[in-house]
Write a protein of this length. Structure first.
Length: 238
């Protein structure tokens, strides 16, 4: 895998926001969760579950690594009381700050998830392996964290590809799991559906409503045992 330089672009758009390197003393003051730390009383939010993936994204000169992190959160004052999330690698003094202007919220059943995808280093170099932590902070300054660890290298498996054949769409992929992704004209994800490997019409794959708004499609391969995935280049559908 070749790591693209900072000026490289993906699908004609600027690459995602890079993490900022925090000086160790600043990181310790802002993000430490030492015993007894509290501010303004109240109860800290609760991290019910944490999901993360290390992912390869296409770029003009190879690919680059990004991180997707989402947390299922609960707060006694409501999920809206959570004001910040931090994704931190202390060993590299690397951190990303997320708030309601930069995170994505998802609802699955009764669970509410907050997080972001496409977190990359400023120079788009490979992300460091090792220990990370997600820190959630509410409006009262109460905070909680949950650790996770990134290990291993990407498999030799090629990135998936999306193909238009006979008016249908299909994915070519050797990943254990593969999804077809539909995007609108603004580049927003409309729908995702499992790939069968055969070509089908957009309405059959994504449903008629999403199909009518689809302008581009891509494929996404995922290996759940490694917690690693890879995106294809987007391809215009109209």
């Amino acid at each position: 895998m070749r790591s693209p330089g900072q000026a490289r672009r993906r699908n004609g758009k600027a690459l995602p926001r890079g993490g900022s390197a925090l000086a160790a003393p600043v990181a310790a003051i802002c993000l430490s969760l030492s015993a007894g730390l509290a501010s303004c009383g109240g109860v800290a939010p609760e991290i019910l579950a944490l999901e993360w993936r290390l992912e390869l994204r296409p770029a003009s000169e190879g690919s680059y690594e990004s991180l997707s992190v989402f947390a299922s959160l609960e707060d006694e004052d409501g999920i809206e009381d959570v004001e910040e999330l931090w994704v931190v690698n202390d060993a590299e003094a690397l951190a990303w700050r997320l708030d309601d202007g930069s995170w994505t919220k998802k609802t699955e059943g009764t669970d509410e998830w907050i997080g972001a995808a496409g977190l990359a280093r400023q120079d788009y170099a490979p992300l460091p392996r090792g220990d990370y932590r997600l820190v959630a902070i509410d409006a009262a300054g109460e905070r909680i964290e949950k650790p996770f660890r990134i290990e291993g290298d990407f498999p030799e498996t090629k990135a998936p590809a999306v193909m238009l054949e006979g008016g249908g769409l299909r994915a070519a992929s050797s990943w254990p799991e593969t999804l077809l992704l539909a995007y609108d004209g603004a580049g927003e994800l409309l729908a995702a559906a499992p790939s069968s490997g055969a070509a089908y019409g957009l309405a059959e794959i994504f449903g008629p409503e999403a199909a009518a708004r689809t302008v581009e499609a891509a494929a996404y391969g995922y290996d759940p045992t490694r917690k690693m995935g890879a995106y294809s280049w987007k391809k215009k559908t109209r």
